[in-house]
Design a protein around this ligand. Structure first.
Ligand code: NAD
Length: 500
């Protein structure tokens, strides 16, 4: 089945056959301890990964610190931008390798890897090369008490060594979303990808070297969170800032550590996103959009819609059509272009999602589609698939409607008017994204103002412009990245005041 198996990593220059290594100061390094990465598609062991110990993390932070003082720190913005454009070019040259790495680690579909994950990886480098090289800083002329003048202007400086910690759901996309602006601003990085998805980050290390990124600017450590590479990195006194994407509980744990070291943090965390379907919506578009927003990537996107609220006149029809579409999504192999379902990332995550399917029934849900595990009669029965699931019948206070499940599942409930819809959407500890389906242009703008979410999409979902602010409110995050907001996090501003 070729594509989904990362055979490409065996015997490559980045490691011994079957071993992915850390990348420190421009060289791949092994480690005394390794862990096994298994395929979500079949459950079989794929390869070993070198787990960075505290000494390796120290060496990575030291290399990053040294590189700040080297040619990278002395380059102008335009020169760095040129290097980052070469990184994008090199990623595109290695396109099919990276696609295979993403598929091998996650079991996601080749169509998604080719149209979303890997192109966005390259786009992130080009976008932040442009943004960093073209964004001005502010300047004010001040009149002093004696009638004189002073000139104030701000200078952007790199923050220093940035720790980048990312999850497994969109591995390359989320990693490069942070690495690209961090490097564009002149920082150096130590990245820790998820233990579930070490491959594309390892390929990115090769890409960096081939594109001429100086040694020590991009360092990679593999491992887990607590008492492993993640914790060693966030506790490290040589790290100046931490940018993290992952669960809210992990963000909270990292926030405590960061507070001890008074380190800047940027957190992109979990969600329990609402979708609102009004009776005036184009229902075909709302159904198809909701299929995407609930089931893309097996529901394993922080932006996915797990709570759908539908205006009563169209509730029955919408629920029935969404359930039919969910039940009809194809369970192909990752290499089948029409695959609509992908496996969950791990056995542990599948147990969590199936636990939620059971809980929903215990809470009294009606299951309109799915609710279980598909049976294939082939090697995929050893993998981590679940059925896409549509639920209804539960109130807003149930755990099903409050906790992030992070699987291919949504609950649909009716509402009567706009105020009720906005109140239901906002009734959540989270505040990442909301999606609104309506033809009423006034309502669309009212939704943007009324909804407690960092992102509000109207008649679409996950349509991104990399210049726009991205992030969440409440338990969904701290700060914004994207465009100039990334520059604000990845730089320190010094105001220079000159008496004229
Ligand atoms: P996770 O929090 O378990 O892990 C994320 C990363 O943090 C991994 O690399 C992990 O090894 C590391 N980590 C875990 N504990 C740590 C610790 N104590 N110290 C340092 N590092 C630690 O998240 P996950 O299960 O990999 O990802 C799924 C979660 O990510 C979901 O909650 C999802 O909503 C969220 N997410 C958010 C966004 C966003 O932009 N807001 C995007 C994607 C995913």
């Amino acid at each position: 089945r070729g594509l989904w198996h990362p055979g490409l990593l065996a015997g490559r220059p980045d490691g011994e056959p079957g071993l992915l290594r850390n990348f420190v100061g421009g060289a791949f390094t092994g480690s005394a301890k390794t862990f096994t990465k298994s395929s979500p598609v079949t459950g079989e062991a794929l390869f070993e990964v070198a787990e960075a110990d505290a000494g390796t993390v120290d060496a990575a932070v030291d290399a990053a610190r040294a590189a700040l003082r080297g040619p990278w720190g002395r380059m102008g913005e335009q020169q760095r931008a040129a290097v980052l454009r070469r990184v994008a070019d090199e990623l595109e040259r290695r396109f099919e390798d990276v696609v295979a790495a993403e598929i091998g680690d996650t079991g996601k579909s080749v169509t998604q890897a080719r149209t979303l994950d890997v192109p966005r990886g390259a786009a992130n480098f080009r976008a932040f090369a442009d943004i960093a090289a073209s964004t001005p800083t502010e300047s004010f002329t001040t009149v002093t008490a004696d009638g004189g003048r002073a000139l104030n202007y701000a200078v952007r400086k790199p923050v220093g060594v940035v720790a980048v910690i990312v999850p497994w759901n969109l591995p390359l996309l989320l990693l490069t979303w942070k690495v690209a602006p961090a490097l564009a601003c002149g920082n150096t990085v130590v990245v820790k990808p998820s233990e579930e998805t070490p491959s594309s980050a390892t390929l990115l290390a090769e890409v960096m070297a081939a594109a001429g990124v100086p040694d020590g600017v991009f360092n990679l450590v593999h491992g887990f969170g607590p008492d492993s590479a993640g914790e060693f990195l966030t506790r490290h006194p040589g790290v100046d800032a931490i940018t993290f994407t992952g669960e809210s509980a992990t963000g909270s744990a990292i926030g405590k550590v960061a507070a001890d070291g008074v380190k800047a943090v940027s957190f992109e965390l979990g969600g329990k996103n609402a979708g609102l379907v009004f009776a005036d919506a184009d229902l075909d578009a709302a159904v198809e959009g909701s299929v995407r927003s609930s089931f893309t990537n097996g529901g394993q996107v922080c932006l996915c819609t797990e709570r759908l609220y539908v205006q009563r006149p169209v509730f029955e029809e919408f629920a029935q059509r969404l359930a039919e579409r969910a039940g009809g999504l194809a369970f192909g192999w990752p290499s089948d272009e029409a695959t609509g379902n992908i496996p969950l990332i791990s056995r542990q995550h599948r147990e969590k999602v199936l636990g939620h399917y059971r809980l929903a029934r215990e809470e009294g849900a009606t299951v309109l589609a799915g609710g279980g595990v598909p049976v294939f009669g082939d090697a995929r029965d050893g993998g981590w698939y679940v059925q896409p699931t549509v639920l209804t019948g539960l109130g807003p206070q149930t755990r099903t409607n409050r906790e992030e499940i992070f699987g291919p599942v949504c609950h649909i409930a009716p509402f009567d008017d706009e105020d009720e819809a906005f109140a239901l959407a906002n009734d959540s500890e989270y505040g990442l994204a909301a999606t609104v389906w309506t033809r009423d242009v006034g309502r669309a703008h009212r939704a943007g103002a009324a909804l407690d979410a960092g992102l509000v999409w109207v008649n679409t979902w996950f349509l991104r412009d990399l210049r726009t602010p991205f992030g969440g409110m409440k338990a969904s995050g701290v700060g914004r990245e994207g465009g100039v907001h990334s520059l604000d996090f990845y730089t320190e501003l010094t105001n220079v005041c000159v008496q004229l």
